[in-house]
Write a protein that binds this ligand. Structure first.
Ligand SMILES: *Cc1c(COP(=O)(O)O)cnc(C)c1O
Length: 549
């Protein structure tokens, strides 16, 4: 509302759809600052001091929809004070704990154009040029993975009755879509049987004589696969975890054995998911071996490359994903290592026919033979996010992405070396991509662990777990930097539950200096919990006593 006193008035309501506030309004000033220097804006408006979530909740405690309208400028100020100030500075060079990183500046104004156009990609009637654009983006990612020839893409990319994949809000929906296709292809129509999509899961399983259905993935599979198993009616127990080796990669012989075991029980394993870049450790499954096993056992081979897929942009490192081109389907998140804002995921299918098993039509839209994207997507109304991927591909280009990927991998390798040089840190998982895990272990504790009995080791590990938790939490709350934490079961420590720091080095602005100071800060925080350090001392003293006795 841009009138003098804020009250409900239809003329001013009409104005919010047309004329923005004057050039001196708070909103305009913010926009100017944002486009002038994004990082500066964020540094200025996100306050450093940690406010407990309970306190923040007080600002968001009223369930009443306001009866009184507010001026845009006033409300913007309110947002700055309550929301922006207590957001997370994900683009900070020292925010190295998650896959959410800094964004290229040009995506901000381009997003504004996208929102202004407000296209709905579900159907041509509300998207027009956005539909071929999205199909081209899917074609680009398809070619990056499968490398088909030009004739392939000119035949299929814009074909009304085919699709090379689906654009969606993220890796979760992409994984669900891939497994939906796999499930429907495994239980497809046959004679008078209409397929699982018509007859439902119970009838489909009766028809085929299956006692159950299973999806196999390594122990390091992403939790979104559990959701997929749940919504597809497979059940979470139908998501079968397969053993991993000391590098967190699926053990092919264990996979083979598991498939045989399930078949013996009358359960149909219809899909295997290979992970290209596990969320916790960034490792890549032996994709070629999995492809071979899938071919032998008639399983759909899906690769969850939500995070690691962007590695294909680097000619130096794409060999790490060798065998991905054999997958029936692949998930890639553009909002991870392609540096696109949240809400951009994709699933690609090797065969342009694959998505037929989930095709849906309706009378007023998605008519048969139309090019409406909505006939092959789980989601309905969808924004024009593909435009941002398209723009980034052109502006950054493949070699630009290659540099971004390469620098992340190099930095992770540098950080791993740095950790290994420290007498009081322990590298837990070596980086294959730009992700690693480690923990703080005071040097005398390291020594004691060497000669401790399994029982003593257990006690020490438990204390170290507490210490890691404390350091991570304190660093997040009061420190200059942020790393995340997770729990692993390293083979080196007899698969004990081990809490570790987890670092993702995607932000190109993160310097080696930042990495050094992360370790220094953690070392310092450890001194702030004398009680825990004292307990560790005691345990170590016991070890020394027994091992010398
Ligand atoms: C992030 C991620 C997902 C889930 O993607 P969302 O975009 O968060 O839905 C799935 N699998 C892997 C390996 C991931 O890293």
């Amino acid at each position: 509302m841009d009138q003098k006193t804020a009250d409900v008035n239809f003329d001013s309501l009409l104005r919010i759809f047309t004329v923005p506030e004057g050039p001196d309004s708070t909103l305009t000033q913010i926009e100017a600052k944002l486009s002038h220097n994004l990082n500066h804006f964020l540094r200025e408006h996100i306050v450093a001091e940690e406010k407990p979530l309970r306190e923040i909740e007080k600002d968001f405690s009223s369930p009443a929809i306001p009866e009184q309208p507010q001026f845009v400028s006033d409300h913007t100020q309110h947002l700055l004070d309550t929301l922006v100030s207590h957001s997370v500075h994900t683009s900070s060079p020292s925010f190295i704990g998650h896959m959410t990183s800094a964004l290229p500046y040009f995506l901000m104004p381009l997003s504004k154009i996208m929102i202004a156009l407000n296209q709905n990609l579900v159907k041509i009637e509300t998207s027009k040029a956005f539909t071929p654009l999205e199909r081209q983006v899917l074609g680009m990612l398809h070619r990056l993975i499968y490398g088909e020839n030009d004739a392939f893409y000119s035949q299929w990319m814009h074909s009304a009755n085919h699709s090379l994949g689906a654009f969606c809000s993220g890796g979760t929906i992409a994984n669900i879509t891939a497994l939906w296709v796999a499930r429907n292809n495994a239980l497809k129509p046959q004679g008078s049987f209409g397929g699982v999509e018509k007859e439902g899961l119970f009838a489909a399983m009766m028809h085929h004589g299956y006692k159950g259905l299973a999806i196999l993935v390594s122990e390091r599979g992403h939790y979104s696969l559990k959701k997929a198993a749940d919504v597809l009616g497979i059940g979470q127990k139908g998501l079968v975890a397969v053993k991993t080796d000391s590098n967190n990669r699926i053990v092919p012989s264990a996979l083979k054995a598991k498939i045989a075991e399930l078949k013996e029980q009358g359960i149909k394993p219809f899909a295997v998911v290979g992970v290209a870049g596990t969320t916790e450790t960034g490792n890549i499954d032996p994709l070629r071996d999995i492809a071979e096993i899938c071919a032998e056992t008639d399983c759909h081979f899906h690769v969850d490359a939500a995070w690691g897929g962007a590695t294909l942009m680097s000619n130096h490192h794409r060999h790490l994903l060798d065998g991905i081109e054999l997958a029936d389907s692949v998930t890639i998140d553009a909002h991870k290592q392609l540096y696109i804002p949240m809400g951009a995921g994709m699933v690609l299918f090797r065969s342009p026919e694959a998505m037929k098993s989930i095709e849906h039509h309706a009378q007023y839209i998605l008519r048969k033979g139309s090019k409406d994207l909505g006939s092959h997507t789980l989601e309905g109304s969808r924004s024009g996010m593909a435009m941002l991927v398209y723009a980034a591909m052109h502006i950054i280009s493949r070699p630009g992405y290659e540099m971004l990927i390469d620098q992340g991998i190099e930095k992770a390798s540098y950080f791993a070396n740095l950790i290994e040089q420290q007498p009081d840190f322990e590298l837990i998982s070596h980086p294959e991509l730009c992700l690693l895990t480690y923990r703080y272990v005071p040097s005398h504790v390291k020594q004691a662990l060497e000669s401790a009995t399994p029982e003593q080791q257990s006690k020490i590990h438990n204390l170290l777990n507490e210490l890691t938790k404390f350091i991570q939490k304190r660093q997040r709350e009061t420190g200059k930097s942020f790393v995340s934490r997770t729990q692993l079961n390293p083979i080196r420590w007899d698969e004990r539950d081990t809490i570790v720091f987890r670092v993702v080095l995607a932000n190109p602005l993160t310097t080696t200096l930042v990495l050094e100071s992360v370790l220094e800060e953690q070392r310092l925080i450890a001194t702030q919990v004398p009680s825990l350090m004292h307990k560790l001392e005691e345990q170590c003293a016991k070890v020394m006593k027994t091992s010398h006795a």
